[in-house]
Design a protein around this ligand. Structure first.
Ligand code: ARG
Length: 600
């Protein structure tokens, strides 16, 4: 199924080709003057320059090839040589009917060659509290996962749980010091208690204390380092205690993420890649990639000549390789963050045999990924271009620094959702929405409004820009917000329910009024929006489309009575358009990870 803009693009390209012009110039875009045309092609200007021809004459010749195309109601040459195209009402009606009938994709084209894609996002850690980087990663990653799947790829969302680092050693030593876990501290093979000796509250209390202590107390830090190494080395009691901490933390995180509508296909942790590390280290050595550097084992990933100035401890400045070497084995013999990431690529090669891996992670980790990806390409674990880091800007507080919760502390997903839901409840009551509904349903609506507000605020910004957290603005039912979009969707649902009560049903679509044309054109544009969002890995393109669709519907609804349409055929057509708009709006919102309530 092809959208009209793409079809016209092909027709215009053929017309350019017939005039001996490079078809790359034959782009068709939405018209700058929607009052005059639906689409335009400016290609004749550049082409005429290349051919040393008169642009208006060339445009006229190209246009002549399009005469008689039943999809077009007018073809005009404007200005210095623009070709303006207006679609026939019949072509628009046919396309709108196609979109309406496409229950699964609302008219969106699928990828020609589906790929196997792993999306690595959220990346929460055992015990270590989350920050806004984790929140944005979760929201953006979830959206991309849905978008890639929607377009036909096979996709695995992986939380890449941070369960293997120094924080685990810290926690083991800290719980040990509290004295409740003797059985696990014993240096033997067990058996160890099956019941977890730690609760989530223990972990949340202990981690910040232990992290602070490690900063001040070198002896404590060294014990934690040693515990980390022993854990990784396989000490049975530590592993058993670790497993409890891992499970307790994971269960809590899964609950929090699912409250945000974020779910994963895989909860693989850094620890899962650990068994692959020894073999990988041997392999890197055999390939001649691993070199000794000051007691550590590294892989040089900079190409000859790639350097940057680096200041040494003695104050002298040298040209150091850039990116710096990838640290694989530390001088203490431990695996590092980059080591587990490299081993995870090997693991994903084995388990998913991916075509593509997208890492939705804080921009601050850009260099880390550059090192890891280069290492993986050198080792042959992935082909150049298969690994991509998608960075993003930060969500800032009013002070322009990364957002913190009211208590001034780090972000807790649960608190954020609670705060947003309180606000949503307040707003709904002010707007007299849902106040006549049963309590349970009202709560569900408030939760959906809260999640929609948070996610839409995030995803309506381009991934790479930073934005300011402003819950009052996010929660408004007016303007470009999640709640506004939910409200529009609910309005259409209510219209369709009323129609059904009156026994009215959607019928064949006819396009007559300007507002109907605009709605049909907008429905047609969804396919291109999904393609662009997918190619650029930018969910805001979908957010834009959802907003444009809601507005277009709103204008249509104001201009074209549905339930009191002048005749039954018009009513049937308008109901079909309304239903198509709702389906597409819900599809778009779903791609953003947003659920719509039935009523409010
Ligand atoms: N756990 C890491 C952190 O909190 C993020 C993990 C990102 N993914 C990855 N494959 N390294 O910073």
């Amino acid at each position: 199924m092809t959208d009209l803009r793409t079809e016209l693009g092909e027709a215009v390209a053929a017309a350019f080709a017939a005039e001996g012009v490079d078809t790359a110039l034959a782009r068709v875009t939405a018209s700058d003057r929607p009052d005059l045309a639906d689409f335009q092609s400016n290609g004749a200007l550049a082409a005429a320059k290349a051919l040393k021809a008169n642009p208006r004459e060339l445009a006229a010749k190209v246009a002549a090839h399009l005469e008689g195309d039943a999809r077009l109601s007018s073809i005009e040459i404007a200005g210095p040589g623009f070709i303006n195209l207006k679609l026939s009402d019949a072509a628009l009606a046919k396309r709108a009917a196609e979109v309406a009938a496409d229950a699964d994709h609302s008219g969106a084209a699928l990828v020609a060659e589906p790929r196997k894609v792993v999306i690595d996002y959220a990346g929460p850690n055992v015990a270590k509290p989350m920050h806004v980087g984790h929140l944005r990663s979760s929201i953006i990653g979830e959206s991309l996962k849905r978008l890639y799947r929607f377009r036909g790829d096979t996709v695995w969302g992986d939380a890449h749980f941070g369960d293997w680092g120094f924080q685990m050693g810290l926690l083991i030593v800290a719980t040990g010091d509290e004295g409740k876990v003797e059985a696990f501290m014993a240096d033997g093979d067990g058996p160890f208690p099956a019941e977890s000796p730690v609760t989530l509250e223990d972990l949340e209390r202990l981690y910040p204390q232990a992290a602070a202590k490690a900063k001040e107390d070198p002896a404590f830090r060294d014990r934690a380092r040693k515990a980390t190494a022993e854990l990784q080395g396989g000490r049975a009691g530590y592993r058993a205690l670790w497993k409890h901490m891992h499970d307790v933390s994971m269960a809590a995180l899964q609950r929090e993420f699912s409250a945000l509508g974020v779910t994963f296909d895989l909860w693989n942790g850094e620890s899962d890649a650990d068994p692959l590390i020894p073999g990988m280290v041997d392999e890197l050595r055999d390939k001649g990639l691993l070199v000794e550097d000051d007691g550590a084992q590294v892989v040089h990933v900079a190409r000859p000549g790639e350097t940057r100035k680096k200041k040494l401890a003695d104050g002298s400045v040298i040209e150091a390789p850039s990116p710096p070497p990838l640290l694989v084995v530390s001088s203490e013999g431990s695996a590092m963050y980059g080591t587990t990431d490299l081993a995870t690529i090997k693991q994903r090669r084995r388990d998913q045999d991916f075509d593509l891996v997208l890492y939705v992670v804080d921009e601050r980790q850009a260099e880390h990924f550059e090192q890891v990806f280069r290492g993986a390409y050198l080792a042959g674990y992935a082909a150049e271009g298969q690994l991509n880091h998608l960075g993003f800007g930060t969500m800032n507080g009013p002070d322009g620094k990364p957002f913190k919760t009211r208590a001034g502390g780090v972000l807790k997903l649960h608190d954020l959702i609670t705060q947003a839901t309180d606000k949503a409840r307040e707003r709904l009551k002010e707007a007299k929405l849902g106040d006549d509904l049963p309590e349970g349903e009202f709560e569900d609506i408030a939760h959906k409004v809260a999640v929609a507000a948070l996610k839409f605020a995030d995803l309506s910004n381009s991934r790479t820009t930073s934005y300011v957290f402003d819950i009052d603005r996010f929660m408004s039912f007016e303007g470009k917000t999640g709640p506004y979009l939910l409200y529009q969707a609910v309005r259409i649902k209510s219209l369709l329910r009323k129609a059904a009560d009156q026994g009215a049903a959607p019928g064949p679509i006819a396009i007559v009024e300007p507002a109907e044309r605009d709605l049909a054109l907008t429905l047609d544009a969804f396919s291109q929006a999904t393609v662009e969002a997918y190619d650029k890995r930018m969910p805001h393109v979908i957010a834009e489309h959802a907003y444009r669709l809601a507005q277009s519907f709103s204008k249509f609804y104001a201009a074209c009575p549905v339930l009191i349409a002048p005749d039954e055929a018009t009513k049937g057509s308008r109901l079909a358009l309304s239903k198509a708009a709702l389906d597409q709006l819900e599809a778009a919102l779903n791609l953003l990870g947003i659920d719509t309530p039935e009523r409010m």
